[in-house]
Design a protein around this ligand. Sequence first.
Ligand code: UDP
Length: 331
Amino acid sequence: MAILVLGGAGYIGSHTVYELIDAGKDVVIADNLETGHVEAVHPKAVFYEGDIRDRAFVDSVFDRETIEGVIHFAANSLVGESMTDPLKYYDNNLCGTKVLLESMVAHGIDKIVFSSTAATYGEPERVPILETDPTEPTNCYGETKLSMEKMFKWTGRAHGLRFVSLRYFNACGAHVSGKIGEAHSPESHLIPLILQVPGGQREHISIFGDDYDTKDGTCVRDYIHVTDLAQAHILAMDYLMQGGESSIFNLGNGVGFTVKEVIDTARVVTGHPIPAEVAPRRDGDPAQLIASSEKAKNILGWKPKHADLKHIIETAWNWHKTHPKGFVKEK
Ligand code: UDP
């Protein structure tokens, strides 16, 4: 019996596969390699290259492998792109999930752990954010993830499928082995962009707005290490295996850091002055996003082990300085 990881060649997917294999599980990966990297595929996992919108492909994986549960990361996830090309997000995220669920129902596979996002909440009315707080996404990416959660809910009611949706806050850091890490192209996330400065690929980091109503005027986010996220997927699958009912959990450290604090911490870690320049606000950025993860701690028994921001940035720096071009080999 194996766990099928859709999107297992991507950033959070590949880290989850590493944790599953360390925990002694059999893992099958399906990934279309549109944003994932074949180099991130764990050598002990069975790998299928294909797209979840392709019903014949998804059916063939379920026919050939004995799958006990699915962990679903296969989606587009760039906020800015989702605003300029929303139909791409409806096509991949929603149509892909529809095909996946049809195939799961046809094959009698009834457990799925889903990669969701804090972007389902939009501009929060309060922090820390609870799972029961209103969901009003301010971008199309968050909207499609929220719709995917609802697709699981209604499909579950009709066909007995159970799901866990994990709403991540700001995923960051890299595997402590230094073998895998974050490699987006183009990069849009704060920590890898900051580290491009000491990495010699960028002159300075832009701070998107310093006039927010926060302690230093810059946006506050809850940064959570990718390996801690990965662990939560394993706990969520165990929870479903033990008969747990469908549920939604936030995943964050419950502590907010401003953009300026993250830059200062990166200066300490790298020993580089990292020049920063204030730039206009980025469209759609809420001032503060901080998770309450009490539910995940109480019900799943989740305990983040890499919560310290300095340690998180150290793991990221260890990856980026040894892989300045991500998974592309240096010539
Ligand atoms: N940010 C920034 N400069 C950058 C990239 C990001 O100031 O070059 C800010 C962004 O406005 C947000 C925070 O850093 O407040 C985290 O952004 P990121 O894109 O990493 O994650 P998000 O919060 O959008 O999921």
